[in-house]
Design a binder for this molecule. Structure first.
Ligand code: ATP
Length: 291
């Protein structure tokens, strides 16, 4: 049996960084949104009792370091199953980009394994997802959500209205750990307009969403590549240009599709990865099943 699941990337429409807790983790308040840029994760049963990972992109760990490997191990342990699987990742979401590519793949692997083994309801899968990473439960269901605490307490929000979004991944990579340590050394708190964002979503105002877009990491991450990507977005008519997650991707929200496409093309011409996308109201979805 073989199952393929589509795994959408996320952007952070807003991201406030709040107090640091005694255990070293930061409290955050963030509005998450899934978009049409996605990986495809295929899981198939194999006779060998192994978890084999294959990925279409270089520089992604294919052993135990891959989040799909962690997801499969956690799934099998939780249900006391021993089963061999090959997990094939067709990767389109840039890595270390603040787009939760790894988390989306892990969520997709869990969904496929649940169907393959006929185990795990929604609550059980969310529970396993949370043990892998803060973004993984969101990636399962997707849509528009507010996440607070360390990013694991979540509430669904009014869906983002249809609009055009361009995501640019500049050449520099920033790991989440690196971003937080920079934040700790230079800043205490970074609070934007999350309340305004929730209100703008509620009234389906694309302009309101663009003007409330905020990312607290921008206070400390000031790379010239990121500035260049933002300039491309704004020069092409973006209503905002904001970093996603801990970077280095930036996204722009557009009122016109042609402008969004032009911004993506210009960024590609300058050697950056870029995608003209739109918001989606779902997380992982099964696209193929072969019995
Ligand atoms: P987030 O926004 O959740 O912090 P991110 O988008 O910044 O995540 P990811 O794409 O999830 O970052 O990748 C972070 C690191 O995780 C990568 O550098 C890579 O080494 C590792 N990794 C493990 N599994 C995967 C995977 N399936 N896809 C991408 N990266 C993975």
């Amino acid at each position: 049996m073989r199952i393929t699941v589509k795994a959408p990337a996320k952007i952070n429409l807003s991201l406030d960084i709040l107090a640091k807790r005694e255990d070293g983790l930061h409290e955050i308040s963030t509005v998450l949104q899934t978009v049409s840029l996605c990986d495809h994760v295929t899981v198939e049963e194999i006779p060998e009792q192994e978890i084999i990972i294959e990925c279409s992109r270089e520089n992604i760990p294919c052993g135990e370091g891959n989040l799909c490997h962690k997801a499969a191990r956690a799934f099998f342990e939780r249900f006391g199953i021993s089963c061999g699987v090959r997990i094939i990742i067709d990767k389109k979401i840039p890595a270390a980009a603040g787009l939760a590519g790894g988390s989306a793949d892990a969520a997709a692997a869990l969904m496929a394994l649940s169907m393959l083994c006929d185990r795990g309801n929604g609550a059980e899968l969310s529970d396993i997802a949370a043990s892998i990473g803060a973004d993984v439960p969101f990636c399962l269901n997707g849509g528009t959500a507010l996440a607070v605490g360390t990013g694991t307490r979540m509430r669904r929000l009014h869906p983002m209205p249809q609009c055009d979004v361009t995501i640019i991944k500049p050449p520099c990579d920033i790991s989440t750990a690196e971003a937080y340590s920079l934040f700790d050394s230079e800043s205490g708190k970074a609070v934007g307009k999350t309340f305004d964002m929730i209100m703008a979503l509620h009234s389906s105002s694309v302009r309101g969403i663009a003007s409330a877009a905020f990312n607290g990491f921008e206070q400390v991450i000031k790379h010239e590549d990121i500035g260049r990507a933002k300039d491309i977005l704004l020069q092409n008519g973006a209503l905002c240009a904001v970093m996603s997650g801990s970077g280095s991707s930036v996204f722009g929200i557009f009122g016109r599709k042609d402008q969004s496409i032009r911004a993506a093309e210009q960024a590609k011409n300058q050697g950056m990865e870029a995608f003209a996308v739109h918001p989606v109201d779902h997380g992982c979805t099964v696209t193929e099943q072969d019995f």
